[in-house]
Design a protein around this ligand. Structure first.
Ligand code: 5GP
Ligand code: ZN
Length: 114
């Protein structure tokens, strides 16, 4: 999608600090981190929101969580704990309409989120 910020990051048109990539997903540091570890994990194919998921997208969602697991171990937060969440739509605070898994950790996280 030509007007999608995260598609531009995938294309390399907009810089990002890449922390993980494979054939299916890309992960980079959030520009406005909400925790000592805050990475965004995105599929290489454009999917706007969870509401737009199709059955053929099931595998890439699994790949996103496998990347989160890998990064949590690499960042040393696998045992202390972390959160891997996706916001969907305006009321949940989604601001970029290319699905992304937030990987948050390195501090105590409150529940429920605000
Ligand atoms: P959302 O609110 O849609 O769940 O999350 C969007 C996230 O993208 C926010 O945490 C925000 O800080 C991050 N973000 C927005 N623009 C950029 C950018 O240009 N680069 C990076 N690395 N993160 C961004
Ligand atoms: Zn996109």
């Amino acid at each position: 999608m030509s007007d999608c910020l995260f598609c531009h990051i995938i294309a390399g048109d907009i810089p990002a600090t890449i922390v993980y990539e494979d054939e299916f997903v890309l992960a980079f540091r959030d520009i406005n981190p909400q925790a000592p570890v805050h990475h965004l994990i995105i599929p290489r194919n454009h999917i706007a929101t969870i509401n737009d998921l199709a059955p053929e997208n099931a595998a890439v969602i699994g790949k996103m969580y496998l990347a989160a697991k890998h990064l949590a171990a690499e960042e040393g937060i696998a045992e202390s704990g972390y959160r891997a969440v996706m916001n969907c739509g305006q009321a949940a605070g989604q601001t970029v309409f290319h699905i992304h898994l937030h990987l948050l950790g390195g501090r105590s996280l409150q529940w429920p989120p605000g």
